[in-house]
Design a protein around this ligand. Structure first.
Ligand code: NAG
Ligand code: NAG
Ligand code: NAG
Ligand code: NAG
Length: 345
């Protein structure tokens, strides 16, 4: 207590003793009061001090929370100095790894005879994920607490406002001051990571924005109409591209199989946007490439598979040279046609 008193006296009177009165402006950022901080996220405020440049006298800069020096309360203060328009600008940045309720309070930044005061409030956001059952309504929630009046909630899916997703719009319902997002008749395609943006003082110069995620989990679903392709006849020496298009959240793991044995594992990047298109090329087809292939997708919600039975043509042909060439030209044309057809679908 005694230390604090000494500090306070020094902070208050030293500027007068040293004749330090060259502070032009002092401001705690972000602007606005109260300033909101989201619980469990990093804490950061900055005190910006603008001074006349020829000011050589010592400065006492003092940042306190509820009257006590901030350094003694678990915060880190770093200072940067710059010059702009012939003014010296000092920025004291106050940080803490994680924000807790106890970080609420009255923050003061003082330099010379000037000071700025800011009330900091901490809020929490409760989110609720959901599992999609195809054909039923799916709801996720994003509840800011306390839910003050100046607060707005806006939903996004992959950085796109939900209202801007044509397929979603007719089935979308926002309720409870936008805290609840419901998708009617949900399908696997709706699975994914949604984001709620919590905005204080929307559209004003003191606007503050925060983000939280709410997830709709969904089993992988193959989007091609046919879940199995039988008797896929292709010409030897050609390239065959097997293709599967899938959706699902969390992003599914992918394996390709041949006759039940894993031949390839593929990784879909977490940041990629569904639906995902996966291909498995088989080049220079030969007799040994015949068999049953499949693509298989799995996440915590389940697994789905698409299969292909591949027949290779062009081996039985063993007639005279002229016949072979006509025949193989014909078959090649057919092969190219089939290949293009496969590529197109
Ligand atoms: C969703 O399903 C998974 C796996 O079946 C389960 O572990 C999880 O608790 C479910 N989550 C919700 C929000 O129902
Ligand atoms: C609800 O969201 C819509 C757009 O998504 C927005 O225009 C509206 O202001 C929001 N309302 C509230 C109360 O947050
Ligand atoms: C198969 O393809 C290779 C190169 O891609 C070519 O050199 C060869 O002549 C082809 N064989 C047949 C029978 O078409
Ligand atoms: C294609 O396969 C045949 C044997 O089936 C081989 O002789 C030929 O070299 C291969 N061509 C290429 C380009 O790999």
């Amino acid at each position: 207590m005694e230390n604090t008193l000494t500090f306070f006296l020094l902070a208050t009177f030293l500027p007068y003793l040293t004749g330090d009165i060259h502070v032009e402006k002092i401001e705690i950022m972000p602007s606005g009061s109260p300033v909101w901080m989201l619980e469990n996220e990093p804490f950061k405020i900055a005190c910006e001090i603008t001074m006349t440049i020829d000011d050589g006298s010592p400065q006492v800069h003092d940042i306190t929370k509820n009257g006590f020096p901030i350094q003694q309360q678990g915060y880190t203060v770093t200072t940067t100095e710059s010059v702009k328009d012939e003014k010296k600008i000092l920025v004291h940045t106050v940080t803490k790894d994680v924000t807790y309720m106890e970080d609420e309070g009255r923050y003061t930044c003082q330099a010379g005879v000037k000071d700025d005061i800011k009330i900091i409030k901490v809020f929490t956001v409760y989110t609720q994920d959901t599992n999609i059952t195809s054909g039923e309504d799916a709801s996720i929630r994003c509840d800011p607490e306390p839910s003050i009046e100046q607060l707005k909630v806006v939903w996004y899916k992959f950085d796109q406002p939900v209202e801007a997703i044509p397929d979603l719009l007719p089935r979308l319902k926002l309720s409870d001051a936008n805290h609840t997002l419901t998708i009617k008749d949900a399908t696997a395609v709706d699975a994914g990571e949604y984001k709620c943006s919590i905005i204080f003082y929307d559209g004003t110069p003191i606007e503050q924005k925060f983000e939280k995620k709410a997830k709709m989990f969904g089993k992988p679903k193959i989007l091609e109409e046919k879940s199995s392709v039988n008797g896929l006849k292709v010409m030897k020496n050609e390239t065959l591209n097997l293709m599967c298009t899938v959706t699902g959240y969390p992003t599914p793991d992918v394996v390709w199989l041949k006759n039940g044995e894993i031949i390839k594992e593929q990784n879909i990047g977490e940041m990629m946007k569904a639906p995902f298109t996966l291909t498995h090329p088989i080049k220079n087809l030969s007799k040994s490439d015949m068999g049953e292939y499949s693509c298989s997708f799995e996440n915590m919600m389940g697994r789905v598979t698409r299969s292909f039975v591949v027949d290779i043509l062009g081996f039985e042909v063993n007639h005279g040279a002229s016949v072979t060439s006509v025949f193989s030209t014909l078959i090649s044309c057919f092969g190219v046609f089939l290949f293009l057809l496969l590529k197109a679908t």
